[in-house]
Design a protein around this ligand. Sequence first.
Ligand code: DC
Length: 203
Amino acid sequence: MTEPLVVAIDGPAGSGKSTVARAVAERLGLEVLDTGSMYRAVTSLALREGVDPRDADKVTILATAVDLRVGVRVLADGVDLTKTLRSEAVNELVSVVASVPGVRRELVERQRAWVAEHGGGVVEGRDIGSVVFPNAAVKVFLTASDAERARRRGDEAPESVARRDLLDGGREVSPLVAASDAHVLDTTDRAVGDVVEEILSWL
Ligand code: DC
């Protein structure tokens, strides 16, 4: 059996992952899985249910039990959390939740199941090429200058983005690092179409 086609796109906040992932997926006729939205959904659900996001055992139980639907809209146990995912409260706590090993184990399993169900896909996150899909057909690690990343984040304060990057890069489990076989691509001053062509040339 041939393996489903997976394009892994990793990088820090504001590096252009979502825009590039959507464009690559469209060209390849694949769907996109935004894994950051899964960590955000578990964080939002914890806040909603009064579970302390710093309580590793409780958030792991929450992540394991929740019926999570991720697409254009994100639903947890039937509740549409889409609007809450980029709130300040979630921005503040999502890196803490994403550093809990039990939460990562559960969400990684669900990411693999999603790809199996969809017959492949473009998967964006922080550890996709390094941990979730080490055999991805192509691994891309996007970067951009600090100033450009802050600009792309729009409403979110640069300190908040920097804080998340620091936590994501410094955590013990699956820190943000480029896989040794990833193509590192600086998207500062590059047009999206141009970046997409370069990625497609690696397939
Ligand atoms: O991509 P994003 O900003 O929506 O990600 C939200 C948070 O989730 C961020 O702190 C990094 C974390 N994350 C992760 O640890 N692993 C992933 N595969 C995706 C996101």
